[in-house]
Design a protein around this ligand. Structure first.
Ligand SMILES: Cc1cc2nc3c(=O)[nH]c(=O)nc-3n(C[C@H](O)[C@H](O)[C@H](O)COP(=O)(O)OP(=O)(O)OC[C@H]3O[C@@H](n4cnc5c(N)ncnc54)[C@H](O)[C@@H]3O)c2cc1C
Length: 368
């Protein structure tokens, strides 16, 4: 069975695919989204919702300019979604403590470095930390006031409701199995249908790699598993986000505390382990002693779409007219979703891009 054609087909309904669908629809395109499972149930759901490049000093400007733009766009992005749908994504300007530790020492010049990017970072000694954040057990720390959080499952629910309201057609349980281009038209096959479109946007997280490989295109996208634990805390007990190395704590408005996260190279295998739970709990209880009394509510994992230097691919796929890619956002896909969507809209519609797209281009595949 062949379905009616669309002006753009989006493959994958994570935060990247949904945000892009929103901006493309608002620009006037007829948009259809194909999702293998249910909307927004993979990494975009599993993530912590911290809106920051976490340790910016480790990264190249290409990632930082994307993250900074994303952070700046969030207040308007969530306000727009909430105004249209009534769903509150709980964007909260919590600020974030970055704790100094032997495993993850803070650079001595961090505040000066942050100022170059317009961030108002302040460094605090262990004694100052005891006065300012008595709920934490911490050595010296950096405070990053511009870091906010979003409750990502609610953001996804809001995005879905918004795009559907605008007329985007979403088809769940439609796993894309093959892509083929014939006479300027892409034919996209799932188990039950063939969809036609002049343009296709591939935003299938780490699975984008597999879909592209079937086209003979190799990328360096890799799945990186992250496990999380959820504890029940007292509302307001942990007013700021806390980061130490790759571990963090984020408290939601209702008191629930996310404890993240592992970084594991286990291929496309999702699943939870006792070791990870023990690691996350030990971290939480060490830096936030009140966590010792907190009940465990849930444990889950997600697959981050990893990429070289954590710089995502955003833009046209070379030598495949009409095929676009937006994947490889690694730990920062929630942070960078709004600006990724703006950039895609500009590139697909050949408009002035909001930032230089060069660093995000997919290189030409070497010829076989
Ligand atoms: C534990 C964890 C913590 C994180 N914390 C943060 C954080 O605090 N801040 C932050 O900014 N980022 C965070 N991230 C990263 C962020 O979640 C990801 O970068 C982002 O969600 C990637 O979005 P995506 O839309 O590309 O991928 P996904 O959310 O994985 O969406 C891809 C979609 O494509 C679908 N799909 C796959 N194959 C097919 C197919 N063949 N056909 C149709 N559909 C298909 C999938 O089912 C999925 O719904 C975290 C990630 C994890 C796992």
């Amino acid at each position: 069975m062949t379905h009616a054609s669309s002006e753009i087909l989006v493959i994958g309904a994570g935060v990247i695919g949904l945000s892009a669908a929103l901006r493309l629809r608002q620009a006037g395109l007829r948009v259809t989204v194909l999702e293998r499972g249910s909307v927004g149930r993979e990494a975009s759901w599993a993530g912590g919702g911290i809106l920051s490049p976490l340790h910016p000093w480790r990264y190249r400007p290409a990632l930082l300019q994307l993250a900074t733009a994303g952070m700046q766009q969030y207040p308007n992005f969530v306000a727009e979604i909430q105004a249209a749908t009534g769903i509150d994504p709980e964007w909260l300007a919590s600020g974030m403590w970055v704790l100094n530790s032997p495993e993850a020492p803070l650079p001595a010049d961090a505040p000066a470095w942050g100022a170059d990017w317009g961030w108002q970072w302040q460094q605090f000694s262990a004694a100052e930390m005891r006065a300012r954040a008595p709920f934490l057990h911490a050595d010296s720390a950096l405070f990053c006031p511009e870091v906010a959080q979003v409750r990502n499952p609610r953001l996804l629910a809001g995005l879905r409701a918004y795009v559907e309201q605008l007329g985007v057609a979403i088809h769940e349980h439609q796993e894309v199995e093959a892509l083929a281009r014939q006479s300027h038209v892409w034919k996209v096959s799932t188990h039950s249908a063939v969809w036609e479109s002049e343009r296709v946007l591939l935003s299938a997280g780490p699975w984008s790699k597999t879909i592209l490989e079937r086209q003979g295109i190799s990328t360096s996208i890799t799945p990186v598993r992250g496990q999380m634990a959820l504890l029940q805390g007292e509302p307001g007990a942990l007013p700021q986000i806390v980061l130490e190395g790759s571990h963090y704590l984020v408290q939601r408005k209702d008191g629930q505390i996310l404890v993240g996260s592992t970084s594991e190279d286990v291929g496309f295998c999702k699943g939870n382990t006792e070791e990870a739970l023990a690691e996350l709990r030990a971290f939480a209880e060490r830096v936030f002693p009140a966590a010792r009394a907190a009940d465990l509510l849930q444990q889950w994992s997600g697959l981050r779409p990893g990429s070289p230097d954590n710089i995502p691919y955003i833009g046209a796929v070379p030598e495949h007219p009409g095929l676009y890619l937006a994947a490889g956002h690694f730990r920062y896909g929630l942070t960078t979703a709004p600006i990724t969507a703006e950039l895609l809209r500009a590139l697909i519609l050949e408009q002035e891009p909001p930032l230089d797209p060069t660093p995000y281009r997919l290189p030409l595949s070497p010829k076989a």
